[in-house]
Design a protein around this ligand. Structure first.
Ligand code: SF4
Length: 221
């Protein structure tokens, strides 16, 4: 069992949930099942990963079972992470080689990866109450990133969570791949389809489409 605290791994320790965060009973029960089934896995709220001086926040949905929930680092060790970290590297936002292990020494430059929900949800589907429960951690992370001015939302849940975090009615900022939305404080939100295995296998999202989103985010930098 990995007993490392999420805060100990995080660039934003005061924005992290405790290892045994009790706020979402359904996710706590699933966490306990995973701990029993895979005792060597992370099986806890997944902390932020990246640069505390980030100007760009990439916001995902929630940990994947065999990715972040296993390794303890967002998108690390699963299919979605292969495309995400390759794209991050392509745009010069990382140093080092991604090797699907949180001990690989990879560092992000100017970017940070956050999740709307920090704990693994069954069938990769979160409930609105879980998104609400976890939003204060996301908001604390955002409040602790003084240079942050651009968000990439990976999927509609991340988009909706960010809108709610900034007090924007979701009906007035509809999610669409490549869409951009103004946020308070001169910040901007760019939407992307999630880089999940399902979306890639069904060709809803391919690497050039994903790179277009990052190109837009990095434009002028
Ligand atoms: S999803 Fe967030 S609020 Fe819910 S139990 Fe996990 S860390 Fe706590």
């Amino acid at each position: 069992m990995d007993f490392t605290s999420p805060a100990d791994l995080s660039p934003l320790p005061n924005a992290e949930a405790p290892r045994d965060c009790p706020l979402c009973p359904r996710l706590v029960a699933f966490r306990e099942d995973c701990r029993a089934e895979h005792p060597s896995w992370w099986n806890a709220p997944v902390p932020a990963f990246g640069d505390p001086a980030a100007w760009l926040a990439i916001v995902g949905l929630a940990p994947g079972k065999h990715g972040a929930n296993r390794t303890g680092r967002p998108f690390t060790g699963d299919y979605a992470g292969d495309l995400l970290y390759a794209t991050i590297a392509k745009f010069g936002l990382s140093d080092g080689e991604y090797r699907a292990d949180r001990g690989d020494g990879l560092r992000l430059n100017g970017a940070i990866i956050l999740n709307a929900v920090k704990c693994l949800p069954p069938q990769n589907k979160t409930l609105p109450v879980e998104e609400s429960n976890c939003r204060p951690f996301l908001m604390t992370a955002i409040d602790n990133l003084p240079n942050l001015d651009t968000f990439i939302a990976l999927g509609k849940v991340a988009h909706d969570t960010l809108c709610r975090s900034f007090g924007i009615p979701v009906a007035k900022a509809r999610f669409a791949h490549g869409a951009q939305h103004e946020l308070p404080g001169g910040r901007r939100l760019i939407d992307s389809y999630h880089c999940s295995r399902y979306n890639q296998n069904t060709r809803r999202l391919d690497a050039p489409m994903f790179e277009d989103v990052f190109r837009e985010a990095c434009d002028g930098r």
